[in-house]
Write a protein that binds this ligand. Structure first.
Ligand SMILES: Cc1ncc(C[n+]2csc(CCOP(=O)(O)OP(=O)(O)O)c2C)c(N)n1
Ligand SMILES: [Mg+2]
Length: 657
């Protein structure tokens, strides 16, 4: 058996060689953390490269995603089917799963996409929550694993670290273990340039166990990991390392952080490390040593399968981990709404839907960033998920929007959980990059974003979203819904649960009149836009509105029709879902925009930028292209000209009447 150092040197060699071949990438981090990672992967991590999706595997998150060659080397060496040595040779090339940063959708064994510093760790917090929750549901026999993270100085400097570490400490997530690559170097140079806090004391103050070790000695790292494993608190393991270790003239400096070392330095490093093999060649003894390490948990997995086969929960557990959800709840619920249409805010309508959904779908875990009573995210039966009851299904995230969103990504990616969480729509900016990562990773997370316009009233411009709806619609893969009433809200919830990616539900604070009063044979909101009311005379005008403005558009439609002007009223809860409909459907709802016989008018209490896509340049767009103001909602709607009284004459004028 080769020494741990020799095993680690295989990581160093592959990192140097792949970055050199790509002439791009980050060799320093993998070379510095190679010994620590070797300790983790050969002695502690429970995984089986032959079954990357084994539900009870430990989760490993490389939060310092720029060091992607570390995880690629580890997956290759321990025996995952991919990446092959050829994949590694093509590191950072279009047809390689070894992308610049680890992408969970490109390679099994990559649990989450990382690269935006700090977020990997915050995502891992969600994975650790998911593990404890599912453990409380299914017991130790089926769910009993850890979440390991490698984080750099950057991950621990980012603001999200405060949110994530605070949440993990509060929830006492003892199965979360973070290895800190304490190399005292970032891109700009020494960490002395920008940091002098005591990172260990900060984590200790947040309820973490902390331990320090020589990160260049895998036996010492292993001992520290044993200590971390034994502790009941989340652990921060400070690994003192040398960035770019092995590169004789560059190690310990930021020169190794993010650039190829160069042929000369690599030749010197090979000598220094006693590594005589050519680029991308792994000697047999090392290859075997790594394969044996990779096969370590095969027996554990076989035993787990035996327990699963014997378990009465087997079918339920497997279906849940596959993420299968039914929507049997939807039709009876909508029938009940239609029988007695309520005039409620859509945030309240969401709560009503959630009463039904959280009963029907056990996988849902709700929460809010300290706006539970405003976001209406907690249903009556939901108990808090906390350190005394991981079986609870409601998380008080505290005022941590970014931490909440990243944790929800982690829960969704872990599997077995469908997380939803609330805040005000305007604070979607606080967690925007995590929403973006939900979308990139196709994580089924539902963002309940209430107080979705000036309609929130008195709290004023800091709290009134203007650009938010449109800017969220810009994120690929993200489904953005803004329902108009209780029926649409239920439909949007159903669509969000049926989608394998993330959704935002933008919901009103203020009460809204029921708009949908007749039964439909399909989920109309899922089509993005649909005709709520058809023109009775020849169609001259199409009114497009979303959410709370559908009510205003309905009033305008009535007035135009009274003048004999045929007007379609189109409710458009989701522009992005509408864009995905087939051409015939889109053409039916919104005939060719170059058809100047029909005037298209959009009404949404937010920026008008972007609505030309649906109105054409000759159409009319009503919205708000400035910041809001503090006043009661009806006064604001009048002030910003979003009323039937203000809009109808402008349409008539445009029609030349
Ligand atoms: C949110 C975010 N900001 C900035 C970057 C760009 N970036 C990538 S690595 C890095 C330096 C990180 O330093 P450290 O974590 O110590 O990594 P090391 O240099 O030790 O490998 C920066 C600023 C990023 N990836 N994510
Ligand atoms: Mg560093």
């Amino acid at each position: 058996m080769p020494t741990q150092r020799r095993l680690a040197n295989a990581i160093r060699a592959l990192a140097m060689d792949a970055v050199e071949a790509a002439n791009s990438g980050h060799p320093g981090m993998p070379m510095g953390m190679a010994d620590a990672a070797t300790a983790l992967f050969t002695r502690h991590l429970k995984h089986d490269p032959s079954a990357p999706n084994w539900p009870d595997r430990d989760r490993f998150v490389l939060s310092a995603g720029h060091g992607s060659m570390l995880i690629y080397a580890l997956l290759h060496l321990t025996g995952y089917a991919r990446p092959t040595i050829d994949d590694l040779r093509k590191f950072r090339k279009l047809d390689s799963p070894c992308a610049g940063h680890p992408e969970n959708f490109m390679l099994e064994g990559v649990e989450t996409t990382t690269g935006p510093l700090g977020q990997g760790l915050a995502t891992a917090v969600g994975m650790a929550i998911a593990e404890r929750h599912l453990n409380s549901v299914y017991g130790d026999d089926l769910v009993d694993h850890r979440t390991w993270v490698i984080a750099g100085d950057g991950c621990l400097m980012e603001g999200i670290n405060h949110e994530a570490a605070g949440l993990a400490g509060h929830l006492k997530l003892g199965r979360l273990i973070v290895l800190w690559d304490d190399n005292r170097i970032t891109i700009d140079g020494s960490t002395d340039l920008s940091r002098n806090e005591d990172v260990m004391a900060r984590h200790a103050a947040m309820g973490w166990h902390t331990v320090e070790c020589d990160g260049m000695d895998s036996a010492k790292v292993s001992k520290a990991l044993d200590e971390a494993t034994a502790d009941t608190r989340p652990s921060l393991v400070r690994c003192k390392t040398i960035i770019g270790y092995g590169a004789p003239t560059k190690q310990g400096t930021s020169a190794t952080h993010g650039a190829a070392l160069g042929a000369e330095e690599i030749a010197l490093a090979r000598k220094e490390l006693g590594w005589s093999d050519e680029a991308f060649v792994i000697p047999d003894d090392v290859a075997k040593g790594w394969r044996d390490a990779g096969a370590r948990s095969a027996k554990t997995r076989a035993e787990w399968h035996r327990r699963l086969d014997a378990s009465a929960s087997k079918a339920d557990f497997l279906a849940r981990m596959e993420g299968k959800l039914g929507d049997e709840w939807l039709k009876p619920y909508i029938d009940a709404l239609l029988a007695d249409p309520p005039k409620v805010a859509t945030r309240k309508a969401s709560e009503m839907a959630l009463e039904v959904i959280t009963t029907a779908v056990a996988a849902t875990i709700g929460g809010s960033a300290d706006l539970t009573g405003s976001n209406n995210t907690k249903t009556k039966a939901m108990q808090p998920l906390d350190s005394t009851n991981y079986g609870g299904r409601y998380i008080y995230y505290g005022i941590r929007e970014f931490g909440m969103a990243a944790a929800m990504n982690g829960m969704a990616l872990h599997g077995g959980i469908v997380p939803y969480g609330g805040t005000f729509l305007v604070f979607s900016d606080y967690c925007r990059n995590a929403i973006r990562l939900s979308a990139l990773q196709n994580a089924r997370v539902v963002y309940v974003m209430t107080h979705d316009s000036i309609g929130l009233g008195e709290d004023g411009p800091t709290h009134q979203p203007i650009e938010h709806l449109q800017s969220l619609r810009l994120i690929p893969n993200l489904a953005v819904y803004r329902p108009a009433d209780a029926v649409e809200t239920a439909e949007c919830w159903a669509a969000a649960l049926a989608y394998e990616g993330p959704s935002v539900l933008a919901l009103s604070r203020q009460n809204l009149a029921p708009m949908r009063t007749e039964a439909a044979s399909t989920n109309l909101s899922a089509r993005g836009a649909y005709r709520l009311k058809e023109a009775s005379a020849a169609r001259k005008v199409i009114l497009l509105a979303t959410g709370s403005e559908v009510e205003i558009a309905a009033e305008i439609a009535q007035r135009l029709e009274a003048e004999g002007i045929g007007t379609d009223l189109v409710s458009m809860p989701s522009t992005d879902r509408f864009d995905l409909q087939d051409g015939a459907y889109r053409e039916d709802i919104l005939p060719d925009v170059s058809n100047k016989q029909i005037l298209r008018v959009s009404i949404e209490a937010g920026t008008t930028i972007g609505w030309e896509r649906y109105t054409g340049l000759h159409g009319l767009r009503f919205g708000i292209d400035r910041f809001g103001a503090s006043a009661p909602a009806p006064d604001l709607y009048a002030h910003f000209g979003l009323t039937a009284d203000a809009i109808t004459p402008q349409i008539l004028e445009k029609l030349g009447q």
